[in-house]
Design a binder for this molecule. Structure first.
Ligand SMILES: Cc1ncc(COP(=O)(O)O)c(C=O)c1O
Length: 500
């Protein structure tokens, strides 16, 4: 796996248990009584199994009744919830702003600096965005009342399609009810059972699910590895010159915050008679010239076959889209992508919000918001690194902080929530065994001071968590290959042989 450094250089990264830096002394923050409590808590949590296991265990439970399988899972998360080690399923108790409060599954509401919301440009609270939603509700109501294949799109949705087309220099756009639906739909809509999909091994779940639903011929390539993608294409074309191929990547990968060489992949796609799809969910709007993300940064505007995006990160809404150079593909996706055809279209307020966000993103205010966002990103990455933490990927609103062992990460996350840093944990099997990480998401509103405070709290919590569990050995891999890169960065068993 390639990681691009902040200075643009590349380094190799193998997603396995990181070599831990020497343990720093226990921080001075907690008093003796608190430390004793923490030790007691850690022993209890460990003895009840709350720090062991993963969601993967409950994919293979063997009860005939699905309710019993769910109950086995519930028993496990109950143990984690009881010990404060289940940082998932949280609900916002106020706006997704830089400072917010979240209700956890243990029923407690915790407030703090918020790095757990995908609100990159802080546009959800923008007065003109809110006003646009209100105006649309007054004019058109709140309901789309149908699929876009029937009568669900609204004329404002047609205008949104045109605005995205103009922005991306890609003349035809189909809207989808969500970003997930767009990723699933572009695969499932365009690809038939004898076709092939060549997919970056770390591509988002919507692309993996769409690919697997469309064809058995799914070929994964090592993360960002153009030469491996080429090998896969060569292998396919050596046996099959008849069927179609989609080659798929993302602008910014959502777990590792790194980017592919889009021009090289596009050239490869054309060389082998394939179409390239780039998922720009995390970079469109919040980065690049005129907010055009990695496609703009890499001078590929208007040169990518299919651009797929989500409005859920920089556009303060739900929704997704696919942009194409072919009018026929635009219309085809409306009737053959089931996640579009059989799902209600975006509602009037969603469309109004997205349109107003695009207007702001493309204005001088949008540039200011991006500048401020990247000031916060640089501050956070720098502050975390200055405290000895491993920050992955390149500067982007996603800041992954490698914590390593899953049990240590769970304990650290519990401490973070109690000390006022709200952030998401990614653990096995979403990433490889013992490469758990915080997936921090930065927004325009974050101040450098908040970033520095958060880095302090994170470094302290991580050191404490390591100290509390330092007698434990890391769990060995159980042989399951998570839907991410293994040590080779590649899942050989998931690669289908090219169709004869
Ligand atoms: C890379 C990527 N693509 C697609 C999606 C799906 O988007 P949405 O949540 O808007 O359905 C996500 C969601 O997080 C994502 O990270």
């Amino acid at each position: 796996m390639k990681i691009i450094n902040d200075d643009g250089g590349a380094q190799s990264f193998v997603p396995q248990t990181p070599s831990m830096p020497p343990l720093p002394p226990l921080p001075s923050t907690p008093g003796v009584a608190e430390l004793e409590n923490l030790h007691l808590w850690a022993r209890n949590a460990k003895s009840t199994g709350a720090l062991d296991g993963s969601t993967r265990d409950f994919l293979t439970t063997t009860a005939r009744n699905p309710v019993l399988r769910a109950e086995a899972f519930m028993d496990w998360i109950d143990r984690r919830i009881k010990h404060g080690g289940f940082p998932f399923g949280k609900a916002l108790a106020s706006k997704p702003a830089a400072q917010t409060s979240l209700r956890y599954l243990d029923g407690r509401t915790r407030g703090g600096i918020n790095f757990s919301s995908q609100e990159y440009l802080s546009l959800a609270s923008h007065p003109s965005v809110q006003q646009a939603a209100i105006d649309a509700i007054k004019r058109l109501g709140v309901h789309s009342a149908g699929s876009s294949a029937l009568a669900g799109n609204i004329v404002d949705g047609n205008a949104l399609e045109q605005e995205i087309a103009d922005w991306l220099h890609t003349p035809h756009v189909t809207l989808f009810p969500t970003g997930w639906a767009a990723g699933y739909g572009v695969c499932r809509g365009l690809i038939r059972p004898n076709d092939h999909i060549v997919l970056d091994v770390l591509a988002h779940n919507c692309l993996q699910e769409g690919a697997n639903a469309a064809t058995k011929n799914v070929h994964l390539y090592r993360h960002l590895d153009v030469s491996h993608a080429k090998k896969q294409l060569q292998r396919i074309r050596a046996k099959d010159d008849v069927n179609g191929i989609l080659l798929i990547t993302e602008g910014i990968f959502s777990m590792d915050a790194d980017s592919p060489d889009i021009a090289a992949l596009q050239a490869l796609a054309h060389e082998y008679g394939a179409l390239l799809v780039v998922d720009v969910a995390h970079d469109l709007g919040c980065s690049g010239p005129d907010g055009t993300g990695q496609i703009g940064v890499q001078n590929m505007l208007g040169k990518v076959d299919l651009v797929m995006g989500a409005f859920s990160k920089s556009f303060a809404s739900n929704g997704g889209f696919v942009a194409t150079h072919s009018h026929a593909v635009k219309e085809y996706l409306r009737y053959y992508a089931p996640s579009n055809t059989f799902s209600n279209a975006l509602s009037p307020p969603q469309i109004a919000i997205i349109r107003e966000c695009i207007r702001i993103i493309r204005s001088p205010e949008g540039q200011l918001r991006r500048d401020q966002l990247f000031t916060a990103i640089t501050a956070l990455r720098g502050e975390l690194r200055a405290r000895g933490l491993t920050v992955m990927g390149q500067p982007s609103p996603i800041v992954p902080v490698l914590l390593g062992r899953d049990d240590v990460a769970r304990v650290a996350c519990k401490l973070l929530a109690e000390r006022g840093v709200l952030t998401n944990l990614v653990e096995y099997p979403a990433v490889s065994n013992n490469s758990a990480r915080l997936r921090m998401q930065v927004m325009t509103e974050h101040t450098p001071e908040q970033c520095s405070n958060a880095a302090d709290i994170i470094a302290t919590a991580w050191a404490e968590a390591q100290a509390l569990l330092q007698t434990e050995q890391p769990e060995q891999s159980d042989g399951f290959v998570a839907p991410v890169a293994d040590a080779e960065g590649f899942h050989s068993q998931r690669v289908a042989e090219p169709a004869e």
